[in-house]
Design a protein around this ligand. Sequence first.
Ligand code: XLS
Ligand code: CA
Ligand code: CA
Length: 437
Amino acid sequence: MKTCFPDIPDKILFEGPTSKNPLAFKYYNPSQIVGQKIMAEHLRFSVAYWHTFKGTGMDPFGAATFRRPWNMGKTPMEQAENTLQAAFEFVQKLGVPFYCFHDRDLAPEGETFSESCQNLETMVAKAKKLQEETGIKLLWGTANLFSHPRYAHGAATNPDAHVFAYATAQVKHAITATRELGGSNYVFWGGREGYETLLNTDMKREQEQMARFFHMAVDYAKQIGFDGQFLIEPKPKEPTKHQYDFDAATVLDFLRAYDLWDYFKLNIEANHATLAGHSFEHDLTVASLNGKLGSIDANVGDPLLGWDTDQFPTDPVMCAKAMLVVLKQGGIGKGGFNFDAKLRRGSFDENDLFYAHISGMDTFARGLTAAHQIIEDGVLDHFIEKRYASYGEGIGKQIISGRESFDSLEKWILKKGEPAFKSGRQEMLENIVSSYV
Ligand code: XLS
Ligand code: CA
Ligand code: CA
């Protein structure tokens, strides 16, 4: 088999922080123990098929700049096979345990629905063989319900029942494929489940349709014995102006309202959180404190550009804040850290794919060790505990016990007067966190 990455050694190795080799890890040392687990088990990294192998560098102003040899086959299926080979070579050399795909990344859409299903089955069989040979696993599968023109007005929320039916049939096969490949999770990202204008949209009806679609997916998973975790990935906008899965809080409310709470967790993407006007750690925290943080799409947006730029993470402080949330909930469980991130249009060499992933993995490794040490030293926990200490005694304890009321507290205030001023010490804490990375 011809290699697609001839300049890259068989395995990217850990050489430590003093190494000057751009094709080596400086901080990601898979076997290093951090707390109770090794780094590889904490971070469960995954490569995203769509950006890394199918991305072209195309943007609204210009043509593709990535000329990948594996995307050059004579027929779409030949290209799919070449891509699969390249993907497994890449993931193996990088030393990452997982990958993720959309059905249409792995296998091309056919002339008919049956042909599309046939293409997917063929490619799933080949992927299964490569998984067995290499030990690489599927973190999650998903369906692309946003690229084809039939989904221009949404999939599950489409005003046309015919399109709704098409989407369910497609997802049926994507879940089957994920089960066949032993996927740990299955992701629902509502690509075009939103609207452009309320002048032509019945929002209530569309949200009910979305819930119906999710219930059908839950029933189908039970029917075929798929035991992976279902995940919904929030995103506020892009491609539609307003998407229904706006952010973690919105999705959690939706799950509660439509009786779906027990069946879904969330896949939180950094760039989607910031698009919603939140920090990455905000949406992670909202998901986690509800017991719903299932997996992470590890990327970052550009603060100077207001859209979903899907860049590789390079800020260890951001990663430390994220890892604090993950470590406090006892780990990411069945989920992982999927690099849903792409190269800039000008970084068109195949080797750039390695530099980018190495950088992302090193950055998260720094975040992990910093977060672990911050928790071990109790620096933030101790501060936060003290900040809320007034609820552990006196009137605070009384409030918690439920024995106080507006009237009784008014009497207390009439006696006690103004509270003392206490600093939140934000700058001091920010400096403490950066001193750990
Ligand atoms: C797009 C999303 C998408 C999902 C999977 O913005 O991030 O790639 O992760 O459909
Ligand atoms: Ca994503
Ligand atoms: Ca994104």
